[in-house]
Design a protein around this ligand. Structure first.
Ligand code: AMP
Ligand code: MG
Length: 337
């Protein structure tokens, strides 16, 4: 009996030894205007990541608002006229429109002329005057974007930018590609937009940190997930200061000003990357109460909302998978239900 137990424990050791140490592949690339880190495990990982990197360059060329040859630029250049674009570009514009409808227009890809006026694209920052803001805001109207099959049409003078959904869409496509290539365990981060495939090679969940918006080297906590996207939008991610005022890159479509909803960041945890990205931007604009209303009605995502009042609100579905960081002592944790 003892001999059997002994040999079994050797087998277990060997098995766990194999499971804990599968081949690991990593890539770090620059695309979609951000640093992208890809990690995958298993025999198929290396080849799959090469394909994944190629996919990211393709999506960048398709969706970039600064590349004059991209589908998005062609849509903008043809404002007022219908333009045929590759199917996935038209489909993503349609997805963004659906998310605008679901979020009372908090997500609005037609804010682009205003985003440009602040200089968030050119990096030549500028605070638009009240008149300029009003004028550019008149051009923003997500209901004036028409998608019919693979043809997209904007109203004259309008322009779109898929910056609020493109990284989440790319991470979703990437995870689908890795899975189709036989990878069962992977994590990708597109400038902080994280998406995971399966669990870690040892079977434990992935642990994704949620940054402290007031100290970006620190974190407010860690969320444990499998097969899930974890996407954060926050005013701390891109901003400039003028006359002592901070202007960040997420605009409120109702004012044309940087969203000022009382949130420092909004993290969405949800299976689909595009939804997670679109909703995180929208929740940041909506603020805590409206974000929680949306959480209650949709039921397809969870959220971590960091408030200016230093309350971290975690939706009930994450109560057991979110752990506050010891370093986040200045924050109070609250579970929303
Ligand atoms: P994200 O980092 O995903 O929250 O997206 C922010 C980016 O989307 C900004 O850099 C702008 O290019 C664009 N953007 C800003 N405000 C909005 C908004 N309310 N809806 C959609 N896109 C926006
Ligand atoms: Mg987003």
């Amino acid at each position: 009996m003892r001999a059997i137990a002994f040999s079994l424990s050797i087998i277990c050791l060997l098995l766990t030894g194999c499971a804990a140490d599968p081949p690991r592949a990593d890539r770090e690339i620059w695309a979609m205007d951000t640093i992208i880190e890809l990690t995958a495990y298993g025999p198929a990982a290396d080849r799959a990541l090469d394909q994944g990197a190629a996919l990211l360059y393709e999506l960048d060329a398709l969706l970039s608002v600064t590349n004059p040859d991209s589908a998005v630029s062609r849509i903008n250049q043809s404002a007022g006229e219908p333009v045929a674009v590759p199917h996935e570009a038209a489909a993503l514009v349609a997805r963004a429109g659906a998310l605008s409808a679901d979020t009372a227009g908090a997500l609005d890809i037609t804010l682009y002329p205003l985003v440009q006026a602040y200089g968030f694209i050119s990096e030549e920052h500028h605070v638009p005057s009240r008149e300029q803001r009003a004028e550019l805001l008149r051009l923003a109207d997500w209901t004036a974007v028409t998608v019919s099959g693979d043809t997209v049409q904007l109203a004259p003078g309008m322009a779109i930018d898929l910056g609020a959904v493109a990284k989440g869409y790319a991470s979703q496509r990437l995870i689908e590609l890795l899975s189709a290539q036989g990878v069962a365990s992977a994590i990708v981060s597109l400038g902080g937009n994280v998406q995971t495939l399966g669990s870690r090679p040892d079977g434990s969940p992935w642990r994704v940190a949620v940054r402290d918006p007031l100290d970006v080297d620190g974190m407010v906590g860690v969320v444990s997930v499998t097969d899930t996207a974890v996407v954060t939008s926050g005013g701390y991610q891109r901003y400039f200061e003028q006359d002592g005022v901070r202007y960040h890159h997420i605009l409120d479509p109702s004012t044309g000003l940087p969203a000022n909803s009382g949130l420092l960041s909004a993290t969405v945890v949800c299976a689909d990357g595009t939804t997670a990205d679109g909703l995180s931007t929208a929740l940041f604009v909506l603020g805590k109460e409206r974000a929680l209303e949306l959480w209650r009605t949709r039921g397809d995502f969870e959220a971590i909302l960091v408030g200016e009042d230093r309350v971290v609100t975690v939706t009930a579905g994450l109560a057991s998978s979110f752990t506050s960081a010891d370093s986040a002592a200045g924050y109070t944790l609250e579970i929303a239900d």
